[in-house]
Structure formats: C-alpha cells, structure tokens
Design a protein around this ligand. Structure first.
Ligand code: ZN
Length: 160
C-alpha cells in the first residue's frame, strides 16, 4: 500500500498547521507517574530539552506515554505527535517508526530499505522541517529520546 502523494504545498500547509496545533496544545504533557521507562533528550543546537516517559506493559505494548520539558515549537510539537502516535504500539513498532521517520527527516536511507517501511501517516507533515535544515534536530529530538527510553539508556540522548 502506498501513501497518497502530497504536493510540496500541501506538505507545507500540513506542517504549519500540525506544528502550530501541537506546539500550542501539546498532548500528553507532564510527567507520567507510573512510567516504566524514561529518557532525557537534549538538543544543544537550539536548547531544546525534554524527558520522555513510557509505560510499557508486560507484552511490550506502550500503554501510555508523556513528555515534559521546554523547547521550541518544533521540538514540542514533535514530542506531542510522538506520544500521540506511539501509544498502543509495541516497542518494536515504535522503534521501526522512529527509524523510518528519522531517516526521512535527515535524508538518509532507511536501514531496512528493502523491508516494509511503516506508514508515517500524518507524521509525514514533519518532513516540512527539511526545508529548514537547522531545525531538523529539533524535530528528531523526541525520537532519539524514545530510542533511549525503550533501551532504558540512562544517558542523555543528544542530537549531537
Ligand atoms: Zn528547537
């Protein structure tokens, strides 16, 4: 199944709307009391700082997710979209999605280029950030933190 192609203008429009919406009203914002996993992310380039919380159930499903911290609109919106998206996924699915998204945003090739690539859905709107290379790390920060959180890595996930 292929995703509908979006024109550059449509992608731009979607990007603006989604970033503004999620930056103004971040979803799942705040610490998660019963988190099983968490990780901190820092983007020194912009000063974005966040902590991501996950509650992973016994069968490795992400039952809940939240984040807190402060940063620019793009970093907050991306973290908000992340939490909204990964709840209900297995950790493995969330990591596959992370790989696919980070590759799209950084222009790299997916590690699993011949395998099935997960559908990005509305996360594709984040691709709009590619027009602003200096902000790509703002958009990927939360996803780096997600990788660390799933791995239960206590070091701070840095975009550098
Ligand atoms: Zn930023």
């Amino acid at each position: 199944m292929t995703e509908p192609r979006l024109s550059t203008d449509e992608l731009r429009q979607l990007y603006r709307e989604l970033i503004l919406d999620h930056a103004r009203q971040p979803r799942h914002f705040g610490a998660l009391g019963n988190a099983t996993h968490s990780a901190e992310g820092f983007n020194p380039l912009c000063g974005d700082k966040l902590r991501l919380y996950l509650r992973v159930s016994g069968d490795s499903e992400i039952a809940d997710a939240s984040f807190e911290g402060s940063g620019c609109a793009i970093s907050v919106a991306s973290a908000s979209l992340l939490t909204d998206t990964v709840i209900g996924m297995s950790s493995e699915q969330a990591l596959e999605l992370t790989d696919a998204l980070v590759c799209r945003l950084t222009g790299g090739r997916s590690a699993q280029s011949n395998a099935r690539e997960p559908e990005l859905g509305r996360l594709r709107a984040l691709e709009g950030v590619r027009e602003f290379p200096a902000r790509v790390k703002c958009a990927t920060l939360a996803w780096h933190a997600l990788r660390s959180a799933v791995a239960n890595d206590k070091s701070i996930a840095s975009t550098e």
